[in-house]
Design a protein around this ligand. Structure first.
Ligand code: NDP
Length: 295
């Protein structure tokens, strides 16, 4: 199948590797050198514009920072709308916002292009392993058409509901991740400051009811080891938590906890900058307390 993949960032790149193994792939990336290097490494084609990337493609996949960037690629002589063919399937794997996704979907529908939001969870490791969870928003027919393509990098590919439902699911998921990130960071920091070893505190937490993805995986692998790899930008988690908080508002759910997590992320982003990793706020908590969570 002819597939175009646009957006070779931290997670888009390993996702596109799986597509390259199974399909006739063309890649495009804003910073062209990344696309050129990818095409050489994975024996696929490289395009110099979004229009050229999607011309003749049966399926188009985007994985950009936010929905605004996806919307920004639509127009202009070299934009997506100039290249997309009637009948194409467009899957947006960006962790987007439901409102913009529905706007994009309406524009694409008017030119006969099928569209679904299909954000992913599982991190760069999950993308490399091809074990991502994919949360799809769109009609049943579009989901059935999209599923085999998304299974190239997804282990659990789930239809959440109409257009925007995938984005909503992903935003709430990441808002919960943010809550746990701050909560685990704060709790462990206090325990260590009181004299309990970080290793023991994490082990006991993970054998108890307060455990979470943050305590079971992220803290042992990235914090206690002091590795703090940069795999997912804090700026992107901030965007997700904000979308999550807005989604709650739209549903008439007050959501003070998710709003607070969103506000804390915005504050950390302002302090740490656009390139910091999403676990860096734990280092801020440590610094403020004057201790480190070391294994
Ligand atoms: P990165 O910041 O690593 O990459 C962003 C990508 O978007 C790059 O290809 C970048 O191009 C491109 N881009 C940014 N702005 C524009 C623009 N104005 N026009 C065209 N292209 C643009 O992000 P990730 O790969 O980490 O994340 C991508 C999406 O996936 C985000 O929505 C994120 O929330 C989500 N996600 C990320 C996960 C992760 O672990 N990293 C996990 C799950 C979801 P360029 O190379 O030129 O900068």
């Amino acid at each position: 199948m002819r597939i175009a993949f646009l957006g070779l960032g931290a997670i888009g790149t390993p996702m596109a590797v799986h597509i390259a193994k199974a399909h006739d792939l063309t890649v495009w990336n804003r910073t062209g050198s990344k696309a050129e290097a990818f095409a050489v490494a994975h024996a696929c084609s490289v395009a110099t514009s979004p229009r050229a990337a999607v011309a003749g493609a049966e399926v188009v996949i985007t994985c950009l920072s936010t929905s605004a960037e996806v919307e920004g690629l639509l127009d202009g002589p070299e934009g997506l709308l100039a290249g997309l063919g009637k009948g194409a399937l467009f899957l947006d794997c960006t962790s987007g916002d439901p409102g913009t996704t529905r706007k994009i979907g309406a524009r694409l529908a008017s030119i006969g292009v099928e569209f679904a939001d299909a954000p992913v969870s599982g991190g760069t490791n999950g993308a490399e392993a091809g074990t991502l969870t994919v949360m799809v928003g769109g009609s049943d027919a579009i989901f059935q058409r999209a599923r085999p393509v998304l299974e190239c990098f997804g282990r659990r590919v789930e239809h959440m509901g109409p257009l925007g439902a995938g984005d909503a699911m992903k935003a709430v998921n990441n808002a919960l991740l943010a809550v746990n990130l701050f909560a685990v960071g704060e709790g462990l920091t206090a325990l260590v400051k009181s004299g309990i070893s970080a290793q023991k505190a994490v082990e006991v937490l993970n054998a108890s009811s307060g455990r979470s993805f943050v305590s079971e995986y992220l803290v042992p692998e990235r914090v206690l080891t002091r590795l703090f790899p940069v795999t997912f930008r804090l700026a992107l988690l901030d965007k997700d938590a904000r979308i999550g908080a807005e989604f709650l508002e739209g549903q008439g759910v007050a959501g003070p906890v998710l709003h607070l997590a969103s506000a804390l992320l915005a504050q950390a982003r302002a302090e740490l900058g656009e390139e910091a990793d999403y676990l860096a706020p734990i280092q801020l908590i440590e610094q403020e307390a004057g201790v480190e969570l070391r294994g």
